[in-house]
Write a protein that binds this ligand. Structure first.
Ligand code: ASP
Length: 317
C-alpha cells in the first residue's frame, strides 16, 4: 500500500479506477496517453491548490479532466449497461461544511461531477437522479450532450466480452468491469474535499446505482477526519460504508489513516469486494491502497507530481 507521511502544504490525490490492469496489455502509445491524462488531471487540480484555491474547486477540476478523457470509466468512455446504454453516477463533498451533492443514472450531462456540485450548492437536496437530474442540469446551464457521445469502441467490446462470458458461464475478467475516477485534496487552508464519478460496471442492470454517488460509501469528506474516494465493486463499498468506516476508525478509535485503511481494505475483501481508494487525512497524510493488480493513480504535492498504474509502480512525489 502506498502511504505518504503528513504534509503541511496542499496535497492532491487522484485515481482513475482499480482493476486487473496488466503490464503489456495496452500498447505503449495507449499507456503513455493514459499517463498523460492522469497528469493533466493532477495539473488541473494542482493549479487551483497552488494559487491558494479551495479543495472543492480542485476536485471538480481534476475529475472533469478524467470525465472528458476516453480512457477512464466516467463521462466519455463510461461503461455500458446490459442494454448498451450510459448511466453515470457522481458525487462531491466539502470537508469544511460536510455539504454534499450527487447525481445518479444520468446519460446526457457532459460532466456529472459539475452537476453533483450544482445539486450541493443550488438545491436543498443531496441527490437528484435520472431525468430530474438532467432537467435540473439543463436549467442550471450545464452542457447536455447526446448519450452516444460518451460511447467508446473499447467499452462496447468490453460489454460484448462480459455478455459472451455470461452465456458460456466463463469467468468475466475484472479488467472489463472496473473503473471510476476520483480526487481528494487538502488545500492550503487545511480543508478537505472529495469527488467521484463513474459509469458503474459493464453489464450492470439498468437502474443500478453503485457506491459512487452514495455519500459515506464511495465518497466522503470531513475536515476533522479524512477525505475519501473509492473504486471497485460498488455493492461491497456500500455494505461496508467504506469511506465513513475509515473516518470512524480514525476519529473514534484513534487509528492512523494507514492502519484504518488497511483494516478497511481487509473488510472490503471479507465482503467479497475488490477495488481500491485514495484517502487523505486532516494532517495531509495520504494513502492509495488497492487489492487489485493495478489502480490508475497520482499524487501532487510541493509542486511535484507522479502517476502510477501497476501494483509495483512506485509513486514518487
Ligand atoms: N465503484 C463503481 C461502481 O460500483 C465501479 C468501479 O469503481 O469500478 O459503480
Amino acid at each position: 500500500m502506498t502511504t505518504m507521511p503528513p504534509d503541511a502544504g496542499p496535497v492532491l490525490l487522484i485515481h482513475g479506477g482499480a482493476g486487473a490492469i496488466q503490464k503489456g496489455e495496452a500498447s505503449p502509445e495507449r499507456e503513455a496517453a493514459i499517463r498523460t491524462d492522469l497528469a493533466r488531471s493532477l495539473e488541473a487540480g494542482w493549479a487551483i491548490l497552488a494559487r491558494g484555491g479551495p479543495a472543492l474547486d480542485a476536485v471538480e477540476a481534476a475529475v472533469r479532466v478524467m470525465e472528458d478523457s476516453p480512457f477512464f470509466n466516467a463521462g466519455h468512455g463510461a461503461a455500458l449497461t446490459s442494454e448498451g446504454t450510459i448511466e453515470h453516477d457522481s458525487s462531491i463533498m466539502e470537508g469544511r461544511t460536510r455539504a454534499a451533492g450527487a447525481v445518479s443514472g444520468t446519460s446526457r450531462i457532459r460532466n456529472p461531477v459539475s452537476a453533483a456540485r450544482a445539486v450541493m450548492e443550488r438545491t436543498p437536496h443531496v441527490m437528484l437522479t435520472a431525468a430530474g437530474a438532467e432537467q435540473f442540469a439543463r436549467e442550471q446551464g450545464l452542457p447536455l450532450v447526446a448519450p452516444w457521445s460518451f460511447f467508446t469502441p473499447e467499452r462496447l467490446q468490453a460489454l460484448e466480452r462480459v455478455q459472451a462470458a455470461k452465456r458460456t458461464a466463463a469467468a468475466t475478467t475484472e479488467k472489463d468491469r472496473h473503473g471510476t475516477v476520483g480526487a481528494v485534496p487538502r488545500d492550503g487552508a487545511g480543508h478537505l474535499a472529495a469527488a467521484t464519478s463513474t459509469g458503474g460496471y459493464a453489464d450492470k442492470m439498468p437502474g443500478r446505482v453503485g457506491d459512487t454517488p452514495i455519500i459515506g460509501a464511495g465518497t466522503y469528506a470531513h475536515d476533522a477526519t479524512i477525505a475519501f474516494s473509492g473504486t471497485g465493486h460498488g455493492e461491497s463499498f456500500i455494505k461496508g460504508v467504506l469511506g465513513h468506516r475509515i473516518a470512524c476508525l480514525v476519529e473514534l478509535k484513534g487509528m492512523t489513516l494507514a492502519d484504518a485503511s488497511r483494516q478497511a481494505l481487509d473488510e472490503l475483501a471479507a465482503l467479497g469486494g475488490s477495488g481500491g481508494f485514495i484517502a487523505i487525512g486532516a494532517d495531509g497524510a495520504a494513502v492509495l491502497p488497492h487489492n487489485t493488480p493495478g489502480m490508475y493513480r497520482g499524487i501532487a504535492r510541493g509542486g511535484r507530481m507522479a502517476v502510477a498504474i501497476f501494483g509495483d509502480d512506485v509513486l514518487d512525489a
